[in-house]
Write a protein that binds this ligand. Structure first.
Ligand code: RB5
Length: 149
């Protein structure tokens, strides 16, 4: 039997409730939610949390990462500084599907002050339900990776 795939989750203080809702949602679907916090509401800088989740993905410990801050933008920028990470911010399901199909994104970022919980969970489902198409898109993703060295 194949082990369930692990998904790293983190946020800053602005997105704790949404992150926890996402963790419960994906756990109910059979994913292993590796939720690395934070759990208390004190202000805490998004870069450290974005990079911590990104390292779990880049190391292979987790297959995907889902990160959340107020806008989703700052934590995405931090995660994308970790080599091997391709993270996009999504506020719609089309983009969430496409960053998997065309960009082979391994992380999804959401803005808790941008999307409500219902839409956020649909975006998560679109992201996790899509597969990378490879082919010409693989060539382009390779070009992204080549700029990291
Ligand atoms: C925190 O107030 C806010 O700046 C942060 O959650 C995020 O929106 C940054 O990109």
């Amino acid at each position: 039997m194949t082990a369930p795939l692990r998904i790293a989750l983190s946020s800053d203080h602005a997105a704790i409730a949404l992150r926890q809702a996402i963790a419960a949602h994906i756990a109910a679907q059979g994913w292993v939610a590796v939720d690395i916090g934070p759990t208390t509401p004190e202000s805490t800088p998004y870069p450290q949390h974005g990079k911590a989740a990104a390292r779990l993905v880049a190391s292979g410990d987790c297959r995907f990462g889902i990160i959340v801050c107020g806008t989703g933008q700052g934590i995405m920028m931090a995660a994308n500084k970790v080599p091997g990470i391709r993270c996009g911010v999504c506020a719609d399901t089309f983009s969430a599907r496409m960053i998997r199909q065309h960009n082979d994104a391994n992380m999804l970022s959401l803005g808790a002050r941008v999307v409500g919980e219902g839409l956020a969970l649909d975006i998560v489902d679109a992201f996790l339900g899509a597969e990378f198409e490879g082919g010409r898109h693989a060539t382009r993703v390779d070009m992204i990776e080549a700029t990291e060295g």
